[in-house]
Design a protein around this ligand. Structure first.
Ligand SMILES: Nc1nc2c(ncn2[C@@H]2O[C@H](COP(=O)(O)OP(=O)(O)OP(=O)(O)O)[C@@H](O)[C@H]2O)c(=O)[nH]1
Ligand SMILES: [Mg+2]
Length: 243
């Protein structure tokens, strides 16, 4: 069986959603040519037991033990990915597995990186959501010129051939911004894809308003400082296209 895709699910205490999420991923036609890595940041609930149950019925499903940090867990999973293409999505079922093929198809049809753009299916006017909008508008756009409208969205897909052009170092919430910034510097073709976004129906949030904001701003400052050097480093080497 060929492994076109590596699908990475970062989780920390997501026992309430993991089984439902994996069952739905494995119903996708995409699953027959994918491996799935559950990248766990040291869950203290029954996430691991849920994974073990699921691994009895689903093939090519792997567990990765990572230190704390969503970004770090994704990076460690990327390092062991066998797929020609890589996707990641949150494990709390706020993103619909059925929307994943929209991103994978964008990549298989020529994009180097597909970035999802959340369309809320409920009215969320929480302080965190408002901050997220401000962050996207001001920092991502004005400061980093990312050119995407929802950089923090937790579902992305890209070609593994992009990886030699990247140097991902973020451990927490800044990984998404770093990925986009570095892909942009590598002249990657970035495509935005609309997806649905639901409220959490189990578990609890791992983001704190202050800590997440601080983490993202640190990333933004680091990324804006790296901008010139990165652009120069990649200017002579275009991303290899495999389409
Ligand atoms: N491996 C790993 N995964 C994490 C860590 N922190 C969060 N996650 C996972 O990353 C994903 C996003 O975290 P969430 O807490 O849902 O963040 P959010 O979606 O911005 O917040 P909510 O809207 O409240 O759910 C979820 O699948 C989490 O389980 C971590 O330290 N390590
Ligand atoms: Mg969430």
């Amino acid at each position: 069986m060929k492994t076109d895709w590596t699908i990475i699910i970062p989780v920390f205490n997501e026992a309430g959603s993991l089984e439902r999420l994996l069952n739905r991923i494995y119903e996708l036609p995409l699953a027959s040519r994918s491996e799935v890595i559950v990248a766990d940041g040291g869950s203290t609930d029954h996430t691991r037991d849920v994974f073990l149950e699921c691994s009895r019925v689903h093939p090519r499903l792997y567990f990765l033990e990572a230190p704390r940090g969503k970004g770090l867990a994704i990076r460690l999973a990327i390092a062991r990915a066998k797929g020609r293409f890589i996707a990641y999505m949150d494990g709390d079922l706020q993103y619909l597995p059925e929307d994943l093929p929209k991103l994978t198809s964008a990549v298989e049809h020529g994009a180097d990186l597909a970035v999802s753009r959340r369309r809320l299916v409920w009215a969320d006017d929480s302080a965190r959501r408002v901050f997220s909008k401000v962050f996207s508008g001001v920092v991502s756009d004005r400061m980093l010129h990312l050119g995407v409208s929802d950089p923090q969205s937790g579902m992305k897909a890209f070609r593994a051939s992009l990886l030699p052009h990247l140097h991902l170092t973020e451990k927490h919430w800044g990984l998404d911004v770093q990925l986009i910034k570095q892909a942009q510097a590598a002249r990657a073709r970035i495509k935005e894809v609309d997806i649905r976004f639901l409220p959490r129906d189990s578990g609890s949030t791992k983001t704190g308003f202050v800590s997440t904001s601080f983490d993202l701003l640190k990333t933004a400052f680091r990324a804006s400082g790296q901008k010139t050097a990165k652009s120069r480093a990649f200017s002579s080497s275009r991303v290899r296209r495999r389409v």
